[in-house]
Design a protein around this ligand. Structure first.
Ligand code: BG6
Ligand code: MG
Length: 214
């Protein structure tokens, strides 16, 4: 029986993936190269440092740790500038409604995100109050597909992993949920997220009925 839902943030609750993409692209361009939207898929769900390492690899550049820190900070400053301007209408269709319907049905809710900026985003779009527990990049050390972020969420909610469902748009996130012994609903394309128990286009297609059939 499902007792808790754990939601990824970027790409599930809000479409911040476009802001991450813009900021990383700007950084790559300043370093003298570019990367495609297809490559960008590989950055979803991946931590800030790991994303930077991938991008440097694509540009065939090697940097010292100090230089990497400066580059990651530069990217994050542009990203923060963009998320600071976010408004409540940037919550993805059906996301707020589905989280609310969980709460009304007595199902616990948590956020499970790799982002260190999740607090800012939740507050800017006005949904911080909707989650019983928030686990984000400031609280975890092992990146998805390690299940740490979701297991911590389940633990703080006091619900066993097998009674949790994770909602994820990234391959690494779907794998993290499976590695944690949880059910998982993929948000996006079945071609990419085929390992999930169910794949939908967005939370606007989700319902308590579908949840109970997982
Ligand atoms: C994930 C995003 O949620 O958070 C990744 O999908 C991002 O693209 C990661 O790199 C870390 O985010 P932040 O905000 O801490 O740089
Ligand atoms: Mg995501």
């Amino acid at each position: 029986k499902i007792k808790a839902c754990i939601f990824d943030l970027d790409g599930v609750i809000v479409d911040t993936a476009v802001y991450h993409y813009k900021a990383w692209k700007r950084l790559a361009n300043e370093l003298g190269f570019d990367f495609t939207e297809e490559d960008n898929e590989k950055l979803k769900g991946v931590s800030r440092v790991a994303s930077l390492n991938l991008i440097l690899q694509w540009g065939d550049l090697s940097k010292t740790d100090a230089e990497k820190e400066e580059l990651a900070t530069r990217k994050n400053n542009w990203y923060v500038e963009m998320i600071n301007k976010m408004t409540p209408d940037e919550v993805l269709p059906g996301a707020k409604e589905f989280v609310e319907s969980c709460e009304n049905a007595g199902i616990k809710t948590a956020l499970g995100s790799a982002s260190k900026n999740s607090r800012t985003i939740l507050e800017k779009v006005g949904i911080a109050h909707l989650f019983d527990v928030v686990i984000d990049g400031n609280k975890v050390s092992k990146p998805k597909p390690d299940p740490e972020v979701f297991l911590k969420g389940a633990e703080e909610l006091g619900i066993a992993p097998e009674n949790c469902v994770v909602f994820e748009d990234a391959i690494a996130g779907v794998e993290a949920a499976i590695n944690g012994g949880m059910k998982v609903v993929g948000i996006g394309s079945p071609d990419v997220l085929g390992k999930a128990n169910l794949v939908i286009n967005g939370l606007n297609e989700m319902s308590l009925e579908k949840l109970n059939k997982l």
